[in-house]
Design a protein around this ligand. Sequence first.
Ligand SMILES: Nc1ncnc2c1ncn2[C@@H]1O[C@H](COP(=O)(O)OP(=O)(O)OP(=O)(O)O)[C@@H](O)[C@H]1O
Length: 345
Amino acid sequence: MTIEVRNLVKKFGSFAALDGVDLKVDNGELLALLGPSGSGKTTLLRIIAGLDWPDSGEVSFNGEDALAQGARERHVGFVFQHYALFRHMTVFENVAFGLRVQPRAVRRDEATIRARVKDLLDLVQLDWLADRYPSQLSGGQRQRIALARALAIEPRILLLDEPFGALDAKVRKELRKWLRSLHHEINVTSIFVTHDQEEALEVANRVVVMDKGRIEQIGSPNEVYESPATAFVHGFIGESIELPVHVADGVVRLGSRPLGLAVDGLASGASRLFVRRHDMQVGPAGSGAFEGAVQHVRNFGPVQRAEVALFGGETIEIDAPRDKELRAGDRIGLEPRRYRIFAGG
Ligand SMILES: Nc1ncnc2c1ncn2[C@@H]1O[C@H](COP(=O)(O)OP(=O)(O)OP(=O)(O)O)[C@@H](O)[C@H]1O
């Protein structure tokens, strides 16, 4: 099933939660909607599901107008952050629910329902929990059951809204891997909402980065990480240093200091320079585009994270390899291995 969204606008009062969104989702894709709180992710998902309606714009499934259909007719499976499983029903009955309430004409017989539920519980690898009640499950198990339940009706599209949002970091990581392999197995067109960049980049085959009701960039995880299209995407994805610079006649300055960085075709004026923390190469004082004094150093994992007060007033954090140990008070030079400059202050 393909999904196409065209020029979608949704307003709450005078506030545009979606401000002209265009999006195409290919059949069988696992797409992540990534953006800060309030960027419109949930609103977009709810409109695709048929739980909410836009003020203008189009949504089609396989070329057919989805907005003409109610939520039920769209055959969409939905998993929320807090999915309310029925507390008084066993896991088995929760998963069976959608099948039991189907209209009589299409409802399957009891043996077929039981076989299907068993298959779904196998699929989410929780068949051994069939007789338990939701209160006897962990959060991660509950979300897997919620997914089995959403899949029971054989949805044409699967929509997941922060499905792992309420779980702790370790369980989230496990479930990410699990979701990716599950999707590989069932291959149903899926969109999941997250504000966690690591989750989006690890799970999805394409990532849609949203801000303020608009799409900033759509691309593979590698594309949005390596070639951010806008200052917002650079600042949001990966850990970036952002510095206010000024471009005049092809010369980039931080305060009055010329940085010796090349700019191609960038208009003169206030601009923003972005460098990933690990792309700042440390050298002796007097070398490199920047100079500064180390303020604090924290060591964790393969890197040392150093706070550096640049001469010129800005303080930045860099991630340096641990082969040359940095100490508070060191004067160092810094040269960005890679950087991007975006026009505008
Ligand atoms: N029913 C509503 N009435 C008024 N404003 C709303 C309503 N629903 C959403 N909004 C506003 O629309 C904007 C987008 O909300 P939405 O829930 O889509 O964001 P989100 O990106 O999913 O955020 P989060 O990650 O916090 O869930 C927000 O500013 C929100 O306050």
